[in-house]
Design a protein around this ligand. Structure first.
Ligand code: FES
Ligand code: FES
Length: 179
């Protein structure tokens, strides 16, 4: 059986036929070639597959693609600055050495994108809670926390506007806290 997947992905309208049982992870990674969306545990435990759907961070492995119909999806491929350069979060990860193998990185960055939409600077403990749903086997997390903190200060203190995403984010309600 084939059904229509029709939504906006990284600012572009997409309409393709899919199996209604396909996850959003399958469609984004396998059909649309968005390889930043990583396949990890596939049971909602590792956070590697995190993307934004209408501004909320979700585990795309647990989300049927058809549920995204009519919605806006954002992945790491869609967050660069207009001139194609890295955005502040990506830069902070590089500058802080928060990336090693990089498998967990896109998912963590998308969770941070959701949080940055609030315009609020989280405390270090809140950042730890925010990313607690993401497993990283390489870094020990410390540099990731520092990178997120750096990006939040840069964006919030300097008044730089991040892409408009869901502003209703509380650290205790984020995907990262509930995993
Ligand atoms: S692959 Fe989706 S949470 Fe692990
Ligand atoms: S950098 Fe390798 S899993 Fe996080």
């Amino acid at each position: 059986m084939v059904t229509v997947f029709n939504c906006v992905v990284n600012g572009k309208e997409v309409e393709i036929g899919i199996d209604p049982r396909e996850s959003l992870l399958d469609v984004l990674h396998d059909r649309l070639g968005l390889v930043s969306v990583k396949r990890g545990c596939e049971v909602g435990e590792c956070g590697a597959c995190t993307v934004l759907v209408d501004g909320r961070a979700i585990d795309s492995c647990l989300y049927l693609a058809i549920w995204a119909n009519g919605k806006e999806i954002l992945t790491v491929e869609g967050i660069n600055e207009n001139d194609g350069s890295l955005n502040a979060i990506q830069r902070a990860f590089v500058e802080r050495g928060a990336v090693q193998c990089g498998y967990c990185t896109p998912g963590i960055i998308m969770t941070c994108m959701e949080a940055l939409g609030s315009g609020r600077t989280y405390t270090r403990d809140e950042i730890r809670k925010l990313i607690s749903g993401h497993l990283c086997r390489c870094t020990g997390y410390e540099n990731i926390v520092l990178a997120v903190e750096q990006a939040m200060h840069e964006l919030n203190d300097d008044g730089i506007i991040v892409p408009e995403i869901n502003p209703v984010v509380d650290p205790v309600e984020t995907k990262g806290c509930n995993n």
